[in-house]
Design a protein around this ligand. Structure first.
Ligand SMILES: *[C@@H]1O[C@H](CO)[C@@H](O)[C@H](O)[C@H]1NC(C)=O
Length: 381
């Protein structure tokens, strides 16, 4: 059993996670998000009714009642459990207005206000960083509303709250059903920063603006092959010519490793080159495939003093227009779906990991006589 002290150390060492956004021709906005983590958390999908109350932890220099807020909307959120306790941080979620908010690790770059520096009137509008997604999903309908509040200083001050006895360094990706995206970062030495997420990608450290500058190092990828005539040269009076033997050279050199900068470049490049899906359903399929290109299999990346594996615990795909979430966990590979319109007003939870045996369909009963199958195909043509 891992102790809280080791967990606190791990939080400072580990990072991975990614989110991407695709907008379909029909206007549907679909997000894909993966979670990679070395700590054995037991992830659950929760539903919260409108009216659910959240209360922040008391602050040392704020004598009144702790800051609290109430869900304006029904929500689906993801929370982890460790040693039987719910984590403070809402990892991801959507609300009834079609808004999505989540956290991705932001190691070494995050800095929040010291809780003891908050006093007086500031006490009435301050939350720990662990509560930001919960606050956003409870309060807002659109990215624009959040930007307006950030610009007019109405957004709460964010203090350094703890998770497993240490400050969890995170940044925030927020998207709405119009396709607008916002990255919110509390940057060491620079304060609160927010950016339009025009590229529709977020990974981990360093800052979003660093990743956007870095993207300019990689403008040269293309769908079609490079050097289609193949390799030609002359040597000692003889001409040699070799045609291409494989495809995919348009992406030659695309970073494929698991560092945060490389994952950002790869995800942004694939999204930029992929054709725009016609429908929201096509976008959901496309996003699952793009997320598969970012999948980390168990055991190939290890971190921390215990060499714990970082791997893709789950992949979440969110349809913001229809307000549905789809996900796949590590062992149960089937896709599960949950829609806000289909859930009651009761707070409920479902464990996200499932058994391998529950993740596939046995098709032996669907086998048809070979000639019948051929006839079927002919009749379709
Ligand atoms: C986070 O959870 C732990 C354990 O339940 C608790 O001690 C701590 O105060 C919480 N932190 C915040 C900021 O709510």
């Amino acid at each position: 059993m891992l102790g809280f002290a080791i967990l606190a150390t791990l939080l400072t060492l580990t990072e991975s996670c990614q989110e991407i956004r695709v907008k379909a021709e029909d206007g549907g906005v679909v997000l894909g998000r993966s979670l990679e983590f070395p700590i054995p958390l037991d992830f659950h999908m929760l539903t919260e009714p409108a009216g659910t109350k959240h209360e922040a932890h008391p602050l040392p220099n704020c004598p009144g009642a702790p800051f609290s807020f109430t869900n304006r909307f029904k929500e689906i959120v993801i929370l982890g459990r460790f040693n039987g306790n719910w984590c403070n941080t809402t990892c991801d979620g959507i609300n009834e207005a079609g808004l999505s908010a989540n956290v991705l690790l932001f190691k070494d770059n995050a800095e929040y206000i010291d809780p003891s520096d908050i006093s007086g009137a500031a006490c009435d509008n301050a939350i720990p960083q662990t509560m930001i997604p919960a606050y956003i999903l409870a309060t807002y309908e659109t990215v624009k509303q959040i930007k307006d509040d950030l610009e007019s200083d109405k957004f709460p001050a964010v203090w350094a709250g703890d998770e497993f006895g240490a400050v969890l360094p995170i940044h925030f990706n927020i998207n709405d059903k119009t396709g607008a995206g916002l990255v919110l970062e509390h940057v060491k030495g620079e304060g609160v920063k927010w950016y339009d997420n025009t590229v529709g990608v977020l990974t981990n450290s360093p800052t979003f603006s660093w990743h956007m500058s870095n993207l300019r190092n990689y403008p040269h990828f293309q769908r079609n092959d490079k050097g289609r005539e193949g390799l030609k040269y002359s040597s000692q009076g003889e001409d040699y010519s070799y045609g291409p033997q494989w495809s995919g050279s348009g992406m030659l050199g695309l970073p494929g490793d698991y560092t945060s900068p490389s994952r950002f470049v790869k995800a942004a490049t694939l999204l930029a080159l992929a054709p725009k899906p016609a429908t929201t359903n096509e976008a959901i399929v496309q996003v699952f495939h793009h997320m598969a290109a970012a999948d980390i299999p168990y055991g190939v990346v290890e971190t921390g003093p215990l060499d714990l594996a970082i791997f893709t615990w789950w992949t979440l795909v969110k349809d913001l227009e229809r307000r549905c979430v789809y996900y796949r966990s590590y062992t149960d590979l089937s896709v599960k779906k949950l829609c806000l319109d289909d859930i009651s007003g009761v707070k409920s939870a479902v464990k996200m990991e499932g058994r391998f045996e529950d993740g596939f369909k046995d098709i032996s009963g669907e086998l048809k006589d070979f000639d019948t199958v051929l006839l079927d195909r002919h009749s379709e043509l």
